[in-house]
Ligand binder design. Sequence first.
Ligand code: S3P
Length: 173
Amino acid sequence: MNEKKQNVVLTGFMGTGKTTVGRFLAAELGYALVDTDKLIAQRAGKPIHLIFKEDGEAVFRDWEAQLAAELTRQKQLVIATGGGMLVSERNAEIMQEAADIFCLTASPREILSRVQLSGNRPLLDTPKPLERIKELLAEREAAYGRFTQIKTSLKKPQRIAKEIVKALQKSEK
Ligand code: S3P
């Protein structure tokens, strides 16, 4: 029997539903949900796009590194990461020690339609966002590929959360 890690991390590209699925998953497991983007924005006192604009991406990535270390010292959390957080090998290593990690996936077109609905993605603030999504997905393929993949296409978030619960139960056997 595998040792229970007592935290679950949801990672994956922007617009794959990490926070929405995380909310259902946290309810299923009786864990608390932490959304790293939300926490960083709270602590920085400004939204993510302003952190990127005024302080630069490197400062945002420092916030993420700090949270990777801090959150994994806690237990019973579902952590919905920003899409770039576990692209960092160091963050991935730290979080893997203390959490089961799942990577949510979706097609570039689905991602585009989802992020267009919610906006506020500085990395996709370009005249050709679909091309940029494809480029970033290709750049991040190996990094995301380190984790268990969960397809989100045409699935309701509740169903995805249940699928993850099942995968967790299986890994504990
Ligand atoms: C980013 C994803 C965003 C946010 C920031 C950078 C990325 O989070 O952290 O804009 O590098 O993929 P979401 O995945 O929640 O959109």
